[in-house]
Design a protein around this ligand. Structure first.
Ligand code: HEM
Length: 498
C-alpha cells in the first residue's frame, strides 16, 4: 500500500482535509483561552503560566497500567446481525429475531506481548467481543484457538510470570517457558496449534474466534442447552509464516493493528459468520469427553456448527485510548438466557477481569462511555468513587431495600441454575495427537517442527528432554523429528538467533 493512499498513514492529512481551518481557540483543561506567548517561558515565572502547569502536570499522568496480559491490540466497532433463529435454545433478546442488529465492540490482542512489542509475534490472540444488548452488555472474551492451555484458574498468576519477562534481567526466558509448559502438559494441545500455522494471523480480518468455554443457555421455557461460540472470518483464515512475520515485525510492529484500521477506513469491512455447537443436557451426559474441559475441542462431526449470525466491523475508533484501551471485557458480563460456563476457569475469570479493571481503570470503569450499555438504562446502587461518575445515580435512593421507589429486582422465573459439574485434571493427549496427525498437512507438520526447534533449541538440556518425552507421547513421529532436529542443529539454535 503506498503511503499516499493509506488511511492508516494519513490520519492527520485526512483530518486537515475535513476541516476548513483551525477548529477553534486552544484552551487550558479548564477552558481558559491560552495566549501563544504564554508558551514562551524563558525568563518568565512558570507558576503564572497556567498552560505550562496544566499541560505538564497532565502529561506526567498520561499512563495507566497496561493489561497484565493482552496489552497490545487492535479494535473496532460494528454490529452483530441474527441470520438464523435460535430462540428454541436461548431466550437472550440479542437473538430474538432474524434480522436483529446489536452494536458490538471488538478487541484483538496477542497474549504475552507487552506494550510497544510486535503484534506479529508467535502467540495466541485474544478475540473479545462486547455486545451492547438491550438487556445489558454480553461479552465473549475468547481466543483465536478453540481451546485454552489449562483448566485450573489457580495456575493463571504464575503462568503469566513464566511466559512474561524474567524478573532478574527483564528478558523473555526460554527456560521458564518450557519449564511451565512441560510441568503442565495439558498445555500441549493449544501449544501445537500456536506453533503450527495458526500462531501468527495475517491480519485480524483473517482470524477466527472462539468462546472456548461451553456456555450454558436457557430458552423461554427454562430448558437448558450448552453452546460453544465460533466466529469464522468470511475473508478466510490466513496466517503468516515465521520468516515473513519476522521480516514484517522488524519493519512494522503494528502490522495487524494497522491492517485492521486500514481495511475498515477503506470500507473493506471485516466480517465473521457466528455459529454455535449446540448440546442438550442429554448430549452432555452421554458425551464421551468432558464437554466443559477448555483444553479440549468438541469434535465438529459429532457437534456440528449451527449458524446464528454475522459480525461486521465497520467503524474505527475515533480515539484509540478512549475507545479501545479503556474497553473493559468480562466473562461475568452476561444477560438473561446466557448463564456462562459452569467450569472453574470461567468462575475464576469472573473475578480476574473485574479486579484488573478496578486497578487499571478505577472503580467506575463501567461508567466509561465505551463500557456503558447503549440500549438499556443503568439503575444501580453503586455511588461515588473516582471519576467518571456520569450522573452518579442522581437523586435516586442509594440503598436497597428501600420504601421510596428505588429500582427493584428483576424476576426471571425461568432463569435456570448453572449446572454443577465435577472436574478432573485432564491427562490425555488424544486431541493433540489428532491435531498433529489428522488436521495438520504434511507441510504444516514440518513447519511446526521447525517452529518448535527454534524455541526449544536454546532451552536447558533437561527441559529439552522433558519436552521430548511429551512430544513422543503425543506422537512418535513428532518426538523423533524434534529429537533429530535438536541433535542435528545442536549449535544452530543459540541465543543470538533467538
Ligand atoms: C485479558 C481471553 C483465561 C485473566 C484477556 C483478554 C482476552 C482473554 C481476550 C483481553 C481482553 C481485552 O481485549 O481487553 C482469555 C481466554 C481464557 C482466559 C479465552 C481462557 C479460556 C484467563 C484466566 C484468567 C484471566 C484463567 C485469570 C484467572 C485475565 C486478565 C486480563 C485478561 C486479568 C486483563 C483484563 C483487563 O485488564 O482488562 N483474557 N483469558 N484470563 N485475562 Fe484472560
Amino acid at each position: 500500500v503506498s503511503a499516499k493512499n493509506d488511511p492508516a498513514a494519513n490520519q492527520l492529512i485526512m483530518f486537515k482535509e475535513k476541516t476548513s481551518g483551525p477548529i477553534g481557540i486552544m484552551t487550558t483543561s479548564a477552558g481558559a483561552p491560552v495566549e501563544h506567548k504564554d508558551t514562551n517561558t524563558l525568563n518568565s515565572r512558570l507558576i503564572f503560566n497556567e498552560y505550562f502547569m496544566d499541560s505538564l502536570t497532565h502529561t506526567v499522568r498520561e499512563r495507566i497500567p497496561e493489561r497484565v496480559v493482552h496489552a497490545v491490540a487492535g479494535g473496532a466497532f460494528g454490529y452483530f446481525e441474527v441470520t438464523h433463529d435460535i430462540t428454541h435454545i436461548c431466550k437472550a433478546k440479542l437473538f430474538s429475531r432474524v434480522g436483529k442488529k446489536t452494536p458490538v465492540a471488538a478487541r484483538f490482542s496477542p497474549v504475552v506481548v507487552e506494550r510497544g512489542g510486535s503484534d506479529t509475534s508467535r502467540d495466541a490472540r485474544g478475540f473479545a467481543v462486547k455486545f451492547y444488548t438491550e438487556e445489558g452488555n454480553f461479552d465473549i472474551v475468547g481466543f483465536n484457538t478453540p481451546m485454552f492451555l489449562y483448566k485450573d484458574p489457580v495456575i493463571f498468576p504464575t503462568f503469566v510470570h513464566a511466559l512474561k519477562k524474567n524478573p532478574a534481567n527483564n528478558l523473555f526466558d526460554t527456560n521458564s517457558f518450557w519449564d511451565f509448559l512441560t510441568l503442565q502438559p495439558e498445555t500441549f494441545h493449544m501449544f501445537l496449534l500456536v506453533f503450527g500455522d495458526r500462531g501468527i494471523p495475517d491480519g485480524y480480518h483473517h482470524m477466527p474466534g472462539f468462546g472456548i468455554h461451553t456456555f450454558e443457555v436457557v430458552n423461554g421455557h427454562g430448558s437448558k442447552y450448552f453452546v460453544r461460540f465460533h466466529f469464522v472470518p468470511d475473508a478466510g483464515i490466513k496466517n503468516l509464516r515465521s520468516e515473513d512475520a519476522k521480516k514484517i515485525s522488524s519493519e512494522d510492529a503494528d502490522y495487524n493493528t494497522r491492517t485492521l484500521y486500514r481495511s475498515i477506513a477503506n470500507g473493506d469491512f471485516p466480517s465473521w459468520t457466528v455459529s454455535l455447537q449446540i448440546l442438550s443436557l442429554d448430549d452432555v451426559k452421554n458425551a464421551r469427553l468432558d464437554v466443559f474441559d477448555v483444553t479440549k475441542v468438541l469434535p465438529l462431526d459429532e457437534y456440528p456448527l449451527h449458524p446464528v449470525g454475522k459480525m461486521v466491523l465497520n467503524k474505527n475508533a475515533v480515539n484509540y485510548f478512549a475507545e479501545i484501551e479503556q474497553l473493559a471485557f468480562s466473562p461475568g458480563n452476561l444477560v438473561p438466557g446466557i448463564l456462562g460456563g459452569p467450569d472453574k476457569l470461567f468462575e475464576g475469570r469472573r473475578l480476574a477481569y473485574r479486579e484488573a479493571q478496578h486497578y487499571r481503570l478505577g472503580a467506575n470503569f463501567n461508567r466509561i462511555p465505551v463500557n456503558c450499555p447503549i440500549q438499556t438504562k443503568v439503575l444501580e446502587y453503586n455511588r461515588d468513587g473516582v471519576p467518571p461518575l456520569k450522573d452518579n445515580g442522581k437523586d435516586i435512593p442509594n440503598y436497597y431495600p428501600n420504601s421510596f421507589n428505588g429500582p427493584v429486582p428483576y424476576k426471571d422465573h425461568k432463569r435456570g441454575e448453572l449446572l454443577q459439574i465435577f472436574e478432573e485434571d485432564p491427562n490425555n493427549f488424544e486431541q493433540a495427537r489428532e491435531l498433529y496427525i489428522n488436521e495438520m498437512t504434511k507441510e504444516e507438520r514440518s513447519r511446526l517442527v521447525e517452529n518448535v526447534l527454534y524455541r526449544l533449541g536454546p532451552a536447558a538440556k533437561f527441559l529439552q528432554e522433558r519436552a521430548l518425552k511429551i512430544f513422543y507421547i503425543i506422537h512418535p513421529d513428532l518426538g523423533s523429528r524434534i529429537e533429530q532436529g535438536l541433535l542435528a542443529n545442536g549449535t544452530k539454535y543459540d541465543w543470538n538467533r533467538y
